[in-house]
Structures are given as C-alpha cells and as structure tokens.
Design a binder for this molecule. Structure first.
Ligand SMILES: Nc1ncnc2c1ncn2[C@@H]1O[C@H](COP(=O)(O)OP(=O)(O)OP(=O)(O)O)[C@@H](O)[C@H]1O
Ligand SMILES: [Mg+2]
Length: 742
C-alpha cells in the first residue's frame, strides 16, 4: 500500500498535479493541509525533486514544524532541507542574507507592536502631532495598511496632497521610517515589504530564489494580503509551479489586510490554473458540518461549495444560555471536568473558543481554583511581558547597539540613578551628530552639558561592553544567565520580595529555559546557537507556537487563533450580539463586517470533531460596563433540529438549582484546598498539587533524570531543587519545570 492510498480521488489528483499553477479550493476539514503534506512527499519521493527546491508557507511556525514532521514520517529523509515556514520567517531568512543591498545591517532588530507604539509616540512628540486628534493606534494602523499595500512614504505623501490630516499621517510615516532605519530595525510589515523591494530592485537576488524554489506551496491562502501575494507572484514567476490551498469561507484576517480577492481572482491572474475542489469533510460529524453549512450559507458572494461527510450523525449541538458570564464559565468548566472524569475526553481534547481575549479571565479563574491544567493561547503574550522584554532589550543592546529603543529601555533598569535629563541630553547629542544613542553613550564625556550624570552613564556603558566582550566565549544559555546576573536584574526583583516580583522572576527563568531549548535544538542540527538567531526566533514566535499537544491541558483561545486546528470537544462561548458578532460590525451600515464575523463563526464551528457546545450569557461586563445582550444572530441561523437546547430550561427547576448550589459548595471547598499553580500542566487536584516529593526520582524534558533534593513552598509555587545525573544541581519552580515522577 502506498502512502497516497489514504487520499480520496480529488485529493490524489491535487497531490499528483505538480506542474503549473494549482488552486485547491475547499471547505474546512476537507484535507487541504493534509494534501499539501502529501504533495511535498510525492514531489520528493516519486518525482525525485530535491527537497532543497521546495518552499511551503504555513500560517504559524507551529504548523510549519508539524508539516515538516509529517513529511519526514512519509518520506523519511530530506525534510530538513525543505523551506517550510511562515511568510515572516521566510522573509527574515532572506533579509538576513541580503538586506545590506537596501542599506541596512544584516543584524537588524525586529520591532514588535509594543516597540512600534513607543516609536510612534516619539515620532508624534518630535513632529508635534496631537495624539488626541491623531490616535497612536490609528497612525500605527495607517502605516501598517500602507506597508501591506506596498505604499511607500513618497506615494502616501502624493496621495495626501491637499488633505491636511492625511498629510500629517504621511509625515508620521516618514519620520517613523527614518527612525526605524536609524535604529537598524524593521517592523513586522517591513519584513514582507522590504523583501518585495529587495526582489524588485535586485534581479539577481530574485533569480537566485526563483531558481531555488522550483515548487511553491501556500496553506491558508485565503488570508494572504497584497504584499504577500506579490512576494509569491515574484517567486513563482519563472517556474509557475505554484500551488495554493484555501477556503474563502475562512478568510478572517481582513483587519490585517488579508485580501479575499487573492483567492477569488487566482484564476484571473493565472489563467491556465487547474482548480480542484475537495468536498468531503473528514473532521466533523454530520450534525456539526450541517450547522456550519447552514450558518455560512447566509453570506453573499461566496464561491459555491458543498461539503459533505461520511462521518456519523453524532450528538446534537448543545445550546445553553446563562444569566451571566460567571455562570457560563462555571458550566463550561464543570462540563469539561465531567467528560474528563467519565473518561470521554481528556483535557487536551477540549477547547474553549471566544471572540476576544478578555473573555478568557472567567474561565481561567475557575481552572486555577480547581487545579485544572489549562493553557491560554494569546492574551498577554509571554514575550510582551515587561521583564521578558527588559532582558531581551539587554540582549538586543549587546547584539545590535543601534537599537535605540532597546538601549533606552534598560539604561535605568534596574535603577542606576540615571535620570531623564541625562537621557534626553544623550538623545539630543545623538540626533545632532546623527549617531545612535549607544554611540553617543560611548563618547559621553564629549557631550557638553552632561554634568554630574556622566559617571553613571559610563558605568552603564562599561557594563554593556563587558557583556559584549564575554559573549563570544560563552554558549548562549550561559550567556543569558550571565546577563541576568551581571546586570543585577534578578537581584533587584528578589529584593522587591513581592508576589508580583516573584512571578516576574519565574518569567525570566522561563526565558532562560527558552534559551536552553534553543541551544539544544541548534546543537541537534550541529549549528551554533548565536545570539542574533535567538533574538530572531523570539521575535517571531507567535503564541500559538507554544501549544504542546503532548501535554494534557484544556486550551483556551480566540476564534482567530483556532484556524487550522481541530479538537474533539469544542465550546464556542460568548455567543451574543455585541460580542460575537462584535458591536462594531453590528452598528456598521456596511454588511461586510458581519460577513467576516460569520466566517469566523464558521471557522469556530468547524474546529469541532464530535461534540460542540454553544453558550451565551444575558449579562456580561465588557470594558468595565455591564452589558445586556441577546443571543447571537448566528445562533438563530442554526436549524433547530440540530440543536439540543433542553437543559437550560431545566435549570430553573428548583431541583436543578440545588445541584447547582451543591456544586458551587464543592467548588469552594476544592478552591480552598487547591494550590493555585500556574497553567503549565503539572497542577493536580491534590491539595499540594505535586506528584513527587523529596527523594523521588523525576524526569525533566531538558536536563533528564535526577533526584529531588529539596522542596520549598513559595507564595504561588514550589521551589524544587533537583540533582540531575547529567547536569548537576538545578533549582526551579515546580509550575514551570514540568517534572514527572519516574
Ligand atoms: N483522505 C483522508 N482520510 C482520512 N482522514 C483524512 C483524509 N483527509 C483528511 N483527513 C483528516 O481530516 C482532518 C482535517 O484535515 P485537514 O486539517 O488537512 O483539513 P483542512 O482542509 O486543512 O482544514 P482547515 O480548513 O480547517 O484548515 C484531519 O484530521 C485529517 O487527518
Ligand atoms: Mg488546514
């Protein structure tokens, strides 16, 4: 039996159609991603294509990793030489090699949205732009849209002629670009835009990549934007072996410039394109699929598609209403526990989906109280936390002294008595002399009015220089540790002694663990782990990438993050008009907003394999205000015969009330007993939350086996000391360590 026998007729056709442009247009769960994987395998194993000549683009780094693994399973060799990556990672890789052609250093820094905000604030200050009139967020989004549409500063200025407020935005864009360049930094949108520029103005570089990428594949094509399309078009121009897969019904990133036209017009751009439709869904029960089809059929202007499945009818979809968000969360968490205890679905089989990140809190609190392992994807991204950004700013300063934002961020963190006046003087001097902030610091004694601050500034520079000088001699992990110690960062947190400071220390530890992982990963491929590479990886990890299927935890995330994923048991929560669809889209005259929300509902419903629960609350706090809402219009679009809406009527019966009351009591009892460990999976329901004790042998995913020497209870967690067989003694927080008794 060959590996392709597991594909149906249309899937096989798509898999074997390797030459020329190909559009695979198909609904959710029809095996698009699976076909891509098999197609790569086919190219390599059957057509003898060198893996080096294959480029596959996925939506997340995690999906890229999975695709590579699957190809490896299928073919058994070569998967490491395929370029499987997100658009952003691909562009970083290309720019690191060639961006000097555009006048940047190849060790450029990547700015995230926080850095962008800081920069825009500075730009507004410099240009005297009133941020009450021109909101920072609006400026950022105008710049971002411009870049996604490949509108340069010059072009925007031209477009803005005669329009004062657009001209102000264009001015801001210009200054923003100037500062980015001066900082040798790129924002996320630049990664794509600059790569397109690189290709457009350097024919030989473009040709090099055209000759390399003989076969190009793009997953989740419906969410590509103009600049991404241009990039693909340029790369595929010579060989035209371009295969894109997508579902116009799942286009949900319009707010990030995704252009649904890219998929709808594919056949116009590539007139000779083969189009293959996949109509059989392998993921969901008939009931779930029918519900999804019913909802999406309310959208206009879709490509006609029918999706069917041979799977079972399955359970009815449960619809539940609640008086408030508190009860909603209680029900969902309770239900997850019930099916887990009944042995029906493990924690990791259950996913809670919602429209906005803020909705996670209610669920999170209940999970913490009851000691149930869970993981929030999104929300406050680990890498957006202050302490993590601080340490990264140190590393950036060491790696690329030209990143002024990074240097200014940590010059007085921890406190060194360097005041704003001194910092401003250095900034002014740097601007006047057209040098970077750090360069100015290195010649600080030349700054005329610097005054008494000079000594402190000099010792800061001395510290950085010292760190730079030892960097070469140390491995990445040791170096990051050294930075954390030498800068006094951890010590300052330890001195604070608060719960919050302790949480921050844990996050710094987690960053160190990340460095260890990174070093190990590189070691496995025989490459050195450089600081620049590490910073690059960190800059690009989307939160979804941290999802680890081997861990048994409930996953919580927004509908946007859930794209491409599947779970046996799914809860779609907050199904209220004003929440989902969002208030903004409801108010809008233009119905395209509602249609986009409806596609999001379609994405949500089609994540479920077997069991789907839809919930809504009549009352909920939104932005600090109590809001009363009606059930979502999308719920009304569901055929009644697919729904089981029974139980919420029962709920008003006194008997049921009692059960509720009792259940609440038990929760309280448990909450009192449980140790609120963090959401890293090692929490259990026992009062101490740990399955090992002193003297036990345990296993750590990085350090291997060892023996527990000591366990000290801290405020939120245990500090465990383990003597590892391989690496000696290590101290760690239980909630992070993921130690398993052996
Ligand atoms: N021919 C097949 N035989 C058995 N299982 C299949 C087949 N094709 C796809 N599947 C399974 O169906 C599920 C959905 O497949 P996949 O994720 O590739 O769909 P998709 O079209 O990419 O979905 P989405 O639109 O959500 O991204 C997966 O679990 C996959 O393994
Ligand atoms: Mg997919």
């Amino acid at each position: 039996m060959s590996i392709y026998d597991t594909l149906n007729k249309e899937q096989k056709e798509a898999c074997f159609c390797t030459e020329g442009p190909l559009l695979i247009l198909a609904g959710a769960g029809s095996g698009k991603t699976r076909v891509l994987t098999h197609r790569i395998a086919y190219l390599i194993a059957e057509k003898g294509v060198n893996p080096y000549n294959v480029l596959a683009i996925t939506f997340t780094n995690k999906a890229a990793g999975e695709m590579r693994e699957r190809v490896d399973d299928l073919v058994g060799y070569g998967s490491e030489s395929i370029w499987v990556s997100t658009f952003h990672s691909m562009c970083v890789r290309i720019l690191r090699r060639h961006i000097d052609l555009l006048g940047y250093d190849t060790n450029f820094t990547i700015y995230d949205s926080d850095d962008q905000k800081t920069l825009v604030r500075e730009v507004c200050k410099k240009l005297n732009i009133d941020t009450k009139v021109y909101k920072e967020r609006a400026i950022i989004s105008a710049i971002s849209s411009a870049k996604n549409e490949m509108v340069t500063v010059t072009k925007m200025k031209k477009q803005a002629e005669g329009d004062f407020s657009r001209k102000r935005i264009a001015d801001a864009y210009e200054e923003y670009e100037k500062q980015l360049k001066a900082n040798n930094a790129l924002d996320f949108d630049d990664l794509l835009f600059r790569t397109v520029e690189l290709f457009k103005f350097n024919q030989d570089v473009l040709e090099y990549y055209q000759n390399r990428f003989l076969y190009i594949m793009v997953d989740e094509y419906q969410d590509t934007n103009s600049v991404q399309f241009e990039l693909i078009r340029l790369l595929a121009d010579k060989n035209r072996n371009l295969c894109v897969v997508g579902d116009d019904d799942q286009s949900i990133y319009k707010f990030r410039g995704a252009n649904i036209k890219n998929i709808l017009d594919f056949e116009k751009v590539y007139e000779d394109a083969t189009v293959i439709k996949l109509e059989r869904n392998y993921r969901s029960t008939k009931t779930i699929l029918n519900a999804a089809n019913a909802v999406i059929s309310n959208n206009y202007g879709r490509k006609d598609k029918t999706l069917w499945t041979d799977n079972d009818e399955g359970e009815k979809i449960r619809l539940r209403s609640f008086d408030n968000a508190y009860e909603e969360a209680e029900f969902v968490v309770d239900d997850i526990v019930t099916v887990q205890e009944a042995g029906e679905y493990g924690y990791k089989d259950s996913a809670i989906l919602y429209r906005t990140n803020a909705q996670s809190r209610q669920f999170e609190e209940r999970f913490v109280n009851r000691g149930i392992p869970y993981k929030i994807v999104g929300g406050v991204n680990f890498y957006s936390r202050k302490e993590v950004k601080d340490i990264l700013a140190y590393l950036k300063t060491i790696d690329n002294g030209r990143d002024d934002l990074a240097v200014r961020r940590i010059i007085n963190v921890p406190r060194r008595g360097i005041g704003l006046t001194s910092i401003n003087r250095v900034t002014n001097y740097a601007t006047a002399k057209e040098m970077s902030f750090y360069e100015a610091l290195r010649v600080v004694d030349l700054i005329p009015d610097i005054g008494r601050g000079v000594g402190k500034l000099e010792s800061f520079t001395a510290l950085i220089e010292k760190l730079k000088s030892v960097q070469e001699e140390m491995g990445l992990l040791d170096f990051v540790r050294f930075v954390v110690d030498e800068t006094g960062y951890m010590e300052a947190l330890a001195l604070e002694g608060t719960e919050e400071a302790k949480g921050r220390m844990e996050n710094v530890e987690e960053l160190i663990t990340k460095a260890a992982d990174f070093e190990e990963g590189k070691a496995a491929t025989g490459e050195p782990a450089s600081l620049s590479d590490f910073l690059e990886e960190v800059a690009l990890v989307a939160d979804i990438d941290s999802l680890d299927e081997t861990m048994d935890y409930v996953v919580l995330m927004t509908l946007h993050s859930a794209k491409g994923l599947e779970f046996p048991n799914v809860y779609l929560t907050g199904m209220e008009d004003g929440v989902f669809p969002s208030y903004m889209t409801l108010m809008d005259e233009d119905k395209s907003g509602i249609e986009e929300e409806r596609r999001l509902a379609y994405v949500g419903i089609t994540r479920a394999e077997e069991r789907l629960t839809l919930t809504y609350a009549k009352k909920r706090m939104v932005n600090g205000e109590t809001r009363y809402s009606k059930m979502s219009m999308f719920l009304k679009e569901l055929p009644m015969d697919l729904l089981d809406s029974g139980r919420h009527f029962e709920k008003s019966k006194p008997e049921k009330e009692n059960t509720y009351f009792q259940a609440k009591q038990t929760f309280k009892q448990k909450a009192f007993n449980a140790t609120p460990l963090r959401n890293f999976g090692s929490a259990s329901e026992e009062s101490d939350g740990l399955e090992y004790g002193e003297g036990d042998r345990v296993r750590h995913r990085k350090y291997g086996d060892g023996i527990v020497k000591n366990l000290v209870r801290g405020g939120r967690d245990y500090e465990v000391t383990v003597e590892f067989d391989r690496v000696g003694q290590k101290k760690m927080f239980a909630g992070f360590a993921g130690l398993v008794k052996i």
